[in-house]
Structure formats: C-alpha cells, structure tokens
Design a protein around this ligand. Structure first.
Ligand SMILES: Cc1ncc(COP(=O)(O)O)c(C=O)c1O
Length: 371
C-alpha cells in the first residue's frame, strides 16, 4: 500500500462540489483582483485568529516581508530568528534590509528558545520572529514580554499554525493574535491551503494595518497616489473564494490531524529509536507536520520510501549554515539543538483523510526497520 506524505486529491474530492462552483462564480464575474471574497476572507480569518485586522497578501513570504518593511530597517539592524525553519523566515529579513541573527531552539518542541533569544539581543536588535513550527505555538507570552522590555517588534510566523491555540493565564490565545504582527501562508500544502500562493497578515494595531494595506498596493491607498514605495502583493479573488470554502472545514480537519497524531503516539510508543513529537502542555497543536526524531534517520527514510511511504526532512540544513548566510559567521556547532534536530527529524504522513490502515502501514514499516 502506498501512503503519500500528503494527499490533496483526497481533500479535493471531498469538497469539489462546493469549491469548484465558488471558483466558477469568480470566473463568471471576472473580478480577479480584490473582489469581494478577499474582504470576506479577511473578516473570517480575523474572527478565527482573534485580531482586529487581517490583511491578505500574495504569499506567506510577503506576509513576513511587508511588516518587516514597515519597520524601516536601516543597514545593520538585526532581527532575531530561528535557524530551524523554512527559508522565508530569514530571507524576508534580508530582503527588508535587515540582518538575521539566528537563535537556537527548545529540543522538545523545535520552537525558538526564549533564553537564546534574550542572549542574542544587542543594541541593533529591532525585532524578533517566532515561528510556530509544525503547528504548535511558540511561547508567545514570554516572547511578547521580552520584546516589550526591550522595545522590539514581535512577528509571529504562524504559516504552519492557523487556528492553533495556547493557554496563557487561564485563557486560550490563538496563533497570530499576540505579536505585533502574525503571519499566515495559504501555500497549497498548508492546513488551510489555496490553489496557488497566498498569505495574510494579522494585527491588533489600526495604524499598522493601514500601512500594510498600502504596502500591498504599491504603497498607495488611493490609485495613482504613492506615499511610499510598496509592493504588488494582493491575494487573488479566486484564491479567496477557494479558501472561504475550505475555511469551513479547517476546525474539523485540524481535529482529525490531532486524533491521527494521538494514534501515532500510541502506535509508536515503545519502538526503540523513535521519539514521537512532544506537545507543550499549554498548546493545542494542529499537526501541520507529525515530526519524529529517529535514530539512523536517513536509512529509515530510505526504507520508508522503498515501501511506498512518503516522508520528508523538514529541515535538513539550518538557515545559519546556508551558503547565502555564510557571511554572518555562524559556524557549524554554533546552534547545537538546531543541528541535532537537522540530523534526527523525519516527518511522517499526516493529513485529515489519512486512514487507520495507512497509519498502520507506516508504523509497521518503522517497526520492521528497527526490529
Ligand atoms: C514557517 C514558514 N514561514 C513562511 C513560509 C512562506 O510561505 P509561502 O510559501 O506562502 O510564501 C512558510 C511556508 O511555505 C513556512 O512554513
């Protein structure tokens, strides 16, 4: 039995009757740029994420780039970021004119370490980016307090964590709600994925929301009037229409991912060589990825692929070791937990439609490898 890492065809088949007509309605109207579905999606995601403003843009990468641009970084200004993340997190800092400063992670959750962030703060630091990696929130309250003490902006890269929650002082806080800005990606493989690229910026700050709305439209709120140089970074109406349909399913999809994760946890327990993912007790995880640590990881991955089982290494190389950031001087050995994770992690198939039989197949192949 083949088990894909992700099966978007299964998802599409289940909702095709709703999502195709929604797309065709946009086609009939021919209003492909800033049609009414974009504002409708912004309002719906703002409600979900408990923020005053949601501003749609062209990708999760731009959702990071625009707020970084709004910081007006000058040469040498630093932004503290994890190294164990997707490239965009640090690439956006560079493209906004800043210098990424890489901080190590907590080994249990793979999220950025608060003491490591604190140790990396210098007089040039302007912002911190926390990534909610694999679908569970970083310690946002602690990071927000740290950012406030030092007068820094806090950007929460929630590209992998839409709708994830964290218990803070007895109440649930949602991914994207607690930083200066929260960012989302609608890349097709995300828990809420479009039919192409898309992203969103979340904020409680009225003035910042207005600036972000300008930045996505070439820097001008009015046509042919530009207060600053911005970007062309809008979400297509077609994407918004697709995402509005899918958003209705997000909660049940995330619930299905959580129950698959719980079942994996039961099935994997006791297999020597495998450490299942750890959920911080304060978090409600949405399991964008189900990422184990594995002994002889590369050999296990090859064995799974041979058996027709999809798996992937997110991420094989920390950003501090990427050639494009070599000039920043982070040598091998400088971020030990990031480097250990790079060597040990393996993401297994997880998606809402994953069947018990498929899961059993994955686990029996892992068991066979370590037998
Ligand atoms: C953590 C993280 N940040 C940023 C991005 C960038 O999003 P996009 O691919 O929509 O530009 C992604 C996903 O691709 C991501 O996983």
């Amino acid at each position: 039995m083949n088990v894909p890492l992700l099966d978007l065809v299964a998802q599409h088949r289940a909702i095709a009757d709703e999502v195709v007509p929604a797309m065709l309605a946009v086609v009939e109207r021919q209003q492909f740029i800033m049609g009414p579905e974009v504002a409708e999606l912004e309002a719906a995601v703002a409600r979900l994420s408990a923020v005053r403003h949601a501003v749609a843009c062209a990708s999760g990468t731009d959702a990071l780039l625009l707020p970084l641009r709004a910081l007006d970084l000058a040469g040498g200004d630093e932004v503290i970021v994890p190294s164990f993340t997707f490239f965009a997190t640090a690439g956006a800092v560079h493209n906004a004119g800043g210098t990424p400063v890489f901080a190590d992670i907590e080994p249990a959750t793979f999220n950025i370490s608060v003491p490591a962030v604190e140790a990396a703060i210098t007089p040039r630091t302007r912002a911190i980016i926390a990534v909610d990696l694999f679908g569970q929130m970083a310690p946002l309250a602690e990071l927000a307090a740290l950012a406030a003490r030092h007068g820094l902006a806090l950007i929460e890269d929630a590209a992998q964590a839409i709708g994830a929650r964290r218990m803070v002082d007895g109440s649930w806080r949602v991914a994207g709600e607690m930083g200066t800005v929260g960012t989302l990606s609608f890349f097709p493989s995300k828990n809420l994925g479009g039919w192409g690229d898309g992203g969103m910026m979340l904020t409680q700050d009225d003035a910042l929301a207005e600036r972000l709305r300008k930045l996505r439209l070439h820097g001008g709120a009015k046509q042919y009037h530009h207060e600053e140089v911005g970007f062309n970074s809008r979400l297509d109406t077609v994407q918004a229409a697709v995402l509005l349909v899918k958003l209705r399913y997000l909660e049940s999809w995330s619930g299905a991912r959580r129950s698959h994760a719980a079942r994996y946890g039961d099935l994997l327990r006791g297999i020597p060589g495998v450490v299942p993912p750890v959920t911080d007790p304060a978090n409600e995880h949405i399991f964008h990825q189900y990422t184990i640590r594995a002994e002889r990881r590369d050999a296990l991955a090859a064995h799974l692929r041979e058996r027709g089982i999809g798996c992937a290494v997110y991420y094989p190389t920390g950003l501090h070791l990427q050639p494009c950031f070599a000039h920043l001087g982070f040598a091998r050995g400088s971020l030990p937990e990031t480097e250990r994770a790079m060597a040990e992690v393996l993401s297994l198939p997880i998606f809402p439609e994953l069947t018990a039989e498929q899961q059993d197949e994955v686990v029996s192949a892992i068991r066979e490898f370590y037998a």
